[in-house]
Design a protein around this ligand. Structure first.
Ligand SMILES: Cc1cc2nc3c(=O)[nH]c(=O)nc-3n(C[C@H](O)[C@H](O)[C@H](O)COP(=O)(O)OP(=O)(O)OC[C@H]3O[C@@H](n4cnc5c(N)ncnc54)[C@H](O)[C@@H]3O)c2cc1C
Length: 531
């Protein structure tokens, strides 16, 4: 594992000493960040009897609320059984061991797989809806007719583990993350969890004698004028959703929201009698951290919200925590839908085969990124292009449709022979002919540019996978008593390699673990009352 210290070392972010001021508020457990991981931590801690206060820089939801709402689960979930799918925890483990590698220990991965079916039941019990309709074709994200699908590279590992569809998309139209986040939020509130919105954690408070984390210093807009709070909310909302696809607009709007925080934010101290959970997302929006840890990934589309600025990770580092896998970024290049694209051949600019086209989009994205110049093309023959066109309408949702049409029109060059199409694309003709060999495709041939680096209408989305190193039994940040981390703020199941649904599944797994552990800590002598 690579353990590094984060580059950000602003002295003002260092933990401050406890007990030198009266806390404005106290709770047993303070959770920083209210996405999937924070919500699951809060729910478990509250169910264990702790008073829980969650703070979120914005309104909560985070990347979870704009996600596809796909949860990777298996081992015989209720939905798999209803769809007639055979799966076992062992088969899930054998597959994930290939994908997840050494991100977590074998014991932790086994626990994750053994508990997976029960985890879906737990979510369903909180009101998160799932559905058993199985998608009959390979896709990056199923349409509103299907909710169970092969969301990883399972079929490519068939000799290691019997493939099974494990992508459980939350049952909702469009991108399902909205409903996922809303149901978790409601479940947390039902259990008495208190949410402080528009409140940003800026420093951890530690006991100078023991080093134990005993609270959080924040900046809150709670006392700001109503217009400032509303403007902050609106600016953030617009910086997030259109901002994913229009990053320039997102940046401008976020800068203004941050300006409101600086101008109207007031300090607030929150004491945490049992401990603090950091669940503030990843760092894909922190440029210096990206430059330092993942310089190869310039040009990808940042997948997340402006809250993914690494602040959770950096708070943990400032308190004495360490990090791992910060260099691991999942960058996606999906070839499907339409599923007929899998009839193509993925080649680099030398005409060499890049990788198995049926692999998950992150595996393809990584292989393309590592190709010469980060460039790759999908070679298709005429009947395959025709079949692709006929599938677009049926197999895509809106956000996939424009990309599929673009790739099949403006993103495509054609030629009557292989050397001719190669020359047009800028690929070495001799290399391509040598790779293709006796391929029996029919002309005219097409090549679709699926490069990562090119600034095109189909940019490659990316998210960060590494974070704070934690004790895998408890979720405690290693070496920092009273501090826990979960979701993309922590090292987790998906920290080496991501397949669709594995981040949310890990958020639930690690969030629940942190919530249960922190709730069972001693109160450390602080009163657990609301100030
Ligand atoms: C478009 C898109 C689609 C995706 N689809 C999927 C999918 O289908 N399946 C899947 O597994 N993964 C998916 N992902 C990835 C997944 O959504 C995220 O990795 C996951 O939601 C992270 O959850 P989290 O709880 O760690 O953080 P988040 O959900 O991002 O929550 C973190 C919260 O912390 C708050 N915060 C940040 N800093 C502070 C601070 N200093 N103080 C207080 N609050 C703070 C933020 O405002 C935010 O609300 C997708 C991501 C995107 C963007």
């Amino acid at each position: 594992m690579d353990a590094t210290t984060a580059p950000w070392d602003d002295p003002s972010s260092r933990p401050t000493a406890a007990l030198d001021r009266t806390d404005d508020l106290t709770a047993d457990v303070v959770v920083v960040g209210f996405g999937a991981a924070g919500a699951c931590a809060a729910i478990e801690a509250a169910e264990a009897g702790a008073t829980v206060l969650v703070l979120d820089r914005f309104g909560g939801g985070g990347a979870t609320a704009i996600s596809g709402g796909v949860v990777y689960a298996g081992g015989g979930t209720a939905q798999q059984r209803a769809a007639g799918v055979t799966d076992t925890p062992q088969a899930m483990y054998d597959y994930l061991r290939q994908e997840a590698g050494d991100a977590v220990s074998a014991d932790t991965l086994r626990r994750f797989c053994d508990q997976s079916a029960a985890m879906v039941d737990w979510l369903a019990g909180l009101g998160v809806p799932f559905d058993a309709r199985l998608c009959p074709y390979k896709t990056s994200y199923p349409t509103n007719r299907h909710y169970l699908y092969y969301s990883g590279s399972e079929t490519a590992f068939a000799e290691v583990s019997p493939p099974a569809p494990r992508g459980h998309r939350v049952y909702a139209r469009g991108t399902s993350g909205r409903v996922f986040a809303a149901r978790l939020t409601a479940a947390a509130r039902d259990r008495g969890v208190e949410l402080r919105e528009q409140t940003r954690a800026e420093r951890l408070i530690t006991d100078p004698d023991t080093g134990r984390v005993t609270g959080v210093e924040c900046r809150t807009l709670r006392a700001a004028p109503a217009w400032a709070r509303l403007t902050h909310r609106v600016l953030h909302r617009w910086s997030v959703k259109p901002g994913v696809y229009l990053p320039g607009l997102g940046r401008v709007l976020h800068r203004r929201a941050a300006g409101i925080e600086r101008r109207y934010g007031r300090p607030l101290r929150i004491g945490a009698a049992r401990g603090v959970v950091l669940s503030a997302g990843g760092f894909v929006f922190n440029r210096p951290m990206m430059r330092e840890h993942a310089p190869d990934y310039r040009g990808g589309l940042r997948l997340g919200t402006p809250g993914d600025d690494g602040s959770g990770i950096l708070l943990g580092v400032a308190a004495g925590g360490s990090t791992a896998f910060l260099d691991r970024v999942s960058i996606w290049r999906f070839l499907t839908p339409p599923s007929a694209m899998l009839g193509g051949l993925l080649v680099d600019r030398d005409g060499r085969h890049v990788c198995d086209e049926t692999r998950y989009g992150a595996a393809i994205g990584e292989a393309v990124l590592r190709s010469p110049g980060g460039r790759a093309w999908l070679l298709l023959d005429a009947p395959t292009v025709k079949q692709c066109r006929s599938q677009v309408r049926e197999q895509t949702l809106w956000f996939q449709r424009w990309q599929a049409y673009w790739l099949l029109t403006a993103g495509r060059v054609t030629g009557p022979t292989l050397p001719a199409v190669a020359r047009r694309a800028g690929v070495d003709p001799a290399g391509l002919v040598a790779t293709v060999g006796a391929w029996g495709g029919s002309p005219p041939y097409s090549m679709i540019d699926v490069s990562i680096r090119k600034r095109a209408a189909a940019p490659a989305p990316m998210l960060t996978l590494g974070g704070l190193r934690v004790d895998e039994e408890t979720g405690q940040v290693l070496g920092v008593p009273g501090l826990y981390a979960a979701g993309r703020t922590a090292v987790g199941i998906c920290s080496r390699s991501y397949v669709s649904g594995l981040s949310l599944a890990d958020c639930v797994f690690s969030g629940r673990r942190a919530g249960l552990s922190v709730a069972s800590e001693d109160r450390g002598g602080l009163h657990a009352h609301r100030g």
